[in-house]
Design a binder for this molecule. Structure first.
Ligand SMILES: Cc1cc2nc3c(=O)[nH]c(=O)nc-3n(C[C@H](O)[C@H](O)[C@H](O)COP(=O)(O)O)c2cc1C
Length: 186
């Protein structure tokens, strides 16, 4: 699949077929996810691939989102802030979230490319998710990704903002590439 097709084809899926994905495909997607840019190239990301059904059921409960329970695998993306905070102090908190996002987008695109489906799940009880997966106190669970094959009919692409509504040139809210010169005073 070409890059444009993967970007345009990616969409959130909340209904999965009962077919079990090949776990090797998930590992392939994670192997590309980890290549995202990192501030100072300091790694902060860890992945937990959850394969045990009872844990998946507990995660669905921790998120209060039933569709997660249909998935055969759930990937949990975590951030380990310590080393980044030591290097970048207050900036680190921004960097850690930005690189988690970059990592996740790589992951989502490869999942799409492999014909798999998922949904970014950010709403959950941190306390419960961390307890279920024995994630240490100092580590953040950023998001969960239930993985499966999309159950037809395929979800509709969500409407996204047009480029025109989110593009400025040179200064905030300037929609023109060339500044319009004021006419010389007569
Ligand atoms: C930070 C973040 C958190 C999200 N949390 C949830 C969630 O908890 N549950 C859910 O069903 N979708 C969640 N989503 C998915 C969004 O609802 C979805 O991306 C959005 O509706 C746009 O649809 P699309 O992904 O098909 O483009 C989240 C997305 C992001 C980026």
């Amino acid at each position: 699949m070409d890059l444009d097709k993967a970007i345009k084809g990616r969409h959130s899926v909340r209904r999965f077929k009962s077919k079990t994905p090949n776990w090797r495909d998930i590992i392939k997607a994670l192997d590309l996810a980890r290549l995202a840019p990192l501030a100072g190239n300091i790694p902060t990301i860890k992945f937990i691939v959850v394969t045990e059904n009872d844990k998946i059921q507990q995660l669905a409960e921790a998120c209060q989102q039933d569709f997660i329970a249909q998935a055969k695998y759930v990937v949990v993306v975590c951030s380990v802030p310590e080393q980044c905070v030591r290097s970048y102090d207050d900036r680190a908190l921004k960097y850690i979230k930005q690189q988690a996002g970059a990592t996740i987008e790589n992951f989502l695109l490869k999942i799409t490319d492999l014909g798999l489906a998922t949904c970014w799940v950010g709403a959950f009880s941190d306390e419960q998710v961390k307890r279920i997966l024995q994630i240490p106190e100092e580590v953040d669970a950023e998001a969960l990704f239930p993985i499966g094959y999309e159950m037809p009919p395929k979800s509709k692409q969500r409407i996204k903002p047009s480029l025109d509504t989110c593009l400025y040139f040179n200064t905030w809210k300037n929609k023109y590439m060339k500044a319009i010169k004021k006419p010389e005073a007569l």
